[in-house]
Structures are given as structure tokens and as C-alpha cells.
Design a binder for this molecule. Structure first.
Ligand code: TMP
Length: 201
């Protein structure tokens, strides 16, 4: 693939969307041809799946939840990510396969080897060149989300702790790809850290 693939990961309320949007604007201003996406979402089918996954009224078992995230991913990879990378564009994506490993694997107990196998199928083997994991203590993150709780956010504190710990384990296992950036009070300071990480690469 000619283009670079940058993903953002983090637990609830870590400011991932704000930071990834800021990075997108920064890269665009520097003249890069950049595509910005969020997961699950980015294309019609994946946005529809997102609606089902996040609706607090949906009844979804862990197996179906895992497969739905993968289906949403497969479609956005095929329609947007793969062609953009092949054309040499930079792709910035708010969440990707690491989210499934953290939330459904570490969080819900779905077999991680199985998630990786399904992930390889859904992504056609496309992997991020850089993943920024925005780290914030779980309680601090959930405080930002009190008013609008979706089906996943509603899960108990211990679930979200497992997700964060899972991310930290992933970062330890793949330190060259997954870079941990501590979330600071000042969003501009956090953004500067992210840019430092990016520039170093
Ligand atoms: P967002 O809040 O970052 O937009 O992400 C939507 C929710 O979906 C969030 O609670 C994390 C969750 N999620 C998973 O559980 N597994 C996944 O594979 C992805 C991409 C997201």
C-alpha cells in the first residue's frame, strides 16, 4: 500500500474524536491528501450497523456484536480504506481492529486469536502504520459521557477497566506501532504530543 494508515484508539471519553479530527485538519493544512473516517461507520452499511450496535434498545449477544463490528469494518475497508491507501492517500481512522480486541476480546472475553483471524479477513490484511492510543483513567473518561450513554458506554466500570488494561497490553506487545499518549487537560498539549509522535515516524 502506498499511503499511510493512522488509527486512533482509546476508552470512552478520552477525546479521541477531537484529537483525530485535529490531526486530520493539521495534515490537510500541510498539503497531504487525507481521508478521515470513524469506525464503526464511514459508509452507508457500516453507519447502519453502527446504529444497531450503539442503540441501548438493541439486544445483541457477544458473538453477534463481534461479527457486526467486523462486518462494518469489512465494508469500509473495501469501499474507502483500501482504495485510498492504494492511491497513496493518508487515511486517519477513529478506531479500527484494536477496538474489537480491546472491547470484545479483553472486555467481553471473546477469544483474541479468533478476533485476529476474523480481523484479518475483514481488513484484507490491512494494518495501521501507526496507532495512537489515548490513555485516560476510566473514571475521568466516563465523566465526560454522563449525558449520552450508548449501549457500550452503559457497561459497568469493571468492563471499561478491562478494556483500558487490554489496550495497554496491546501497546506493550507492539510498541513500534501502538504509541501511548497520555491525555492532558489542555487538548492542544495532547495534540502537540501526537504530532511529535507522528513527526518522529
Ligand atoms: P465511538 O464512541 O468511539 O464512536 O465508538 C463507538 C463505540 O463502539 C465505542 O463504545 C467503542 C465501541 N467499539 C467496540 O466495542 N468494538 C469495535 O470494534 C469498535 C470499532 C468500537
Amino acid at each position: 500500500m502506498k499511503g499511510k494508515f493512522i488509527t486512533f484508539e482509546g476508552s470512552e471519553g478520552c477525546g479521541k474524536s477531537t484529537q483525530s479530527e485535529m490531526l486530520f485538519a493539521y495534515l490537510k493544512a500541510r498539503g497531504f491528501s487525507v481521508v478521515y473516517l470513524r469506525e464503526p461507520g464511514g459508509v452507508k452499511l457500516s453507519e447502519a450497523i453502527r446504529g444497531l450496535l450503539l442503540d441501548p434498545k438493541s439486544t445483541i449477544c457477544p458473538q453477534a456484536e463481534t461479527l457486526l463490528y467486523m462486518a462494518a469494518r469489512a465494508q469500509v475497508v473495501e469501499e474507502i480504506i483500501k482504495p485510498a491507501l492504494a492511491a497513496g492517500k493518508t487515511v486517519v481512522c477513529d478506531r479500527f481492529l484494536d477496538s474489537t480486541i480491546a472491547y470484545q476480546g479483553f472486555g467481553l472475553g471473546i477469544d483474541i486469536k479468533l478476533i485476529k483471524t476474523l480481523g484479518n479477513f475483514a481488513t484484507q490484511g490491512i494494518k495501521p502504520d501507526l496507532t495512537v492510543f489515548l490513555d485516560l483513567p476510566v473514571k475521568a473518561g466516563l465523566k465526560h459521557r454522563q449525558d449520552c450513554c450508548d449501549r457500550i458506554e452503559q457497561r459497568c466500570l469493571s468492563y471499561h477497566e478491562k478494556v483500558r488494561k487490554g489496550y495497554l497490553r496491546l501497546a506493550k506487545a507492539e510498541p513500534a506501532r501502538i504509541r501511548v499518549v497520555k491525555v492532558m487537560e489542555d487538548k492542544f498539549k495532547t495534540q502537540n504530543k501526537i504530532r511529535e509522535v507522528l513527526n518522529a515516524l
